[in-house]
Design a protein around this ligand. Structure first.
Ligand code: URA
Length: 233
């Protein structure tokens, strides 16, 4: 999801139908405010969350939203779906239709799901260059052993996408449970990696994305706004 960045004079002109020459005059006269400050620079770049006033009229007043949801199994990571309840259906906030999902989870995966209306933030979090760690607790049908650790770290070739997975950290918790850290997010990646050992994943739960950890106070299906620290992280 792209964020809408624009030059201030172009934005005002498009919003008001005032020609750009006259917009420059308004700027010079100090009649334009961005985020509460008088703006005089025509080159100033604004985005969808800049609060913009021109001659005392509000032209734009969007607020950025950042939400964590404790996704239950059986709810689909989509905004609309014919068959299943969606993660959007679980929210009760007024702006829920403006939110998009930051890194989907499979239908039968539970745990931390992030939603936002800030395209730049979600892009940064999900882009492969930023290498944001996603931590999962995985429950397996059959016992696991130390050979999994090397195989996950060495990477696996996925023929369909013609890629080899980046090193994945796997820690064994007990005979049937592992903690897995992904730095990327390939389609059904964890299930496919355990599939190489013919070991079905019977439980998958996302604990954290980067430094944002699922709030233990949130029951299944509950959500809350991220804190300023979580957003900045
Ligand atoms: N890997 C999977 O297989 N499923 C998820 O939902 C996330 C990672």
């Amino acid at each position: 999801m792209e964020s809408k960045r624009a030059r201030l004079d172009r934005f005002i002109s498009a919003k008001t139908n005032i020609n750009r020459k006259h917009v420059r005059l308004l700027l010079a006269q100090g009649l334009v405010e961005v985020d509460g400050q008088v703006a005089r620079d025509i080159d100033q770049i604004i985005d969808e969350f800049s609060h913009i006033c021109c001659e005392g009229k509000v032209l734009q007043a969007n607020t950025a939203s950042y939400v964590m949801l404790h996704k239950p199994v059986g709810v689909v990571s989509a905004t609309i779906d014919d068959k299943h309840k969606t993660v959007i259906d679980l929210l009760s906030r007024a702006d829920k239709q403006q939110l998009h999902i930051v890194g989907r989870l499979d239908l039968n995966t539970s745990g931390l799901l992030l939603l936002t209306n800030d395209g730049r933030w979600s892009k940064r979090l999900m882009s492969p260059e930023h290498k944001v760690a996603k931590l999962y607790r995985v429950t397996l049908k059959n016992p696991i052993d130390a050979s999994y650790i090397k195989a996950f770290f060495d990477g696996m070739y996925f023929e369909f996408e013609d890629i080899t997975t980046a090193p994945v950290k796997l820690e064994i918790v007990d005979s049937h449970t592992a903690l897995v850290t992904l730095m990327e997010g390939r389609y059904h990646q964890i299930k496919r990696m355990f599939g190489r050992f013919r070991n079905p994943v019977i439980g998958l739960h996302r604990i954290s994305v980067g430094t944002i950890v699922l709030d233990p106070q949130l029951a299944l299906g509950q959500s809350r706004d991220l804190t300023a620290i979580e957003i900045a992280s």
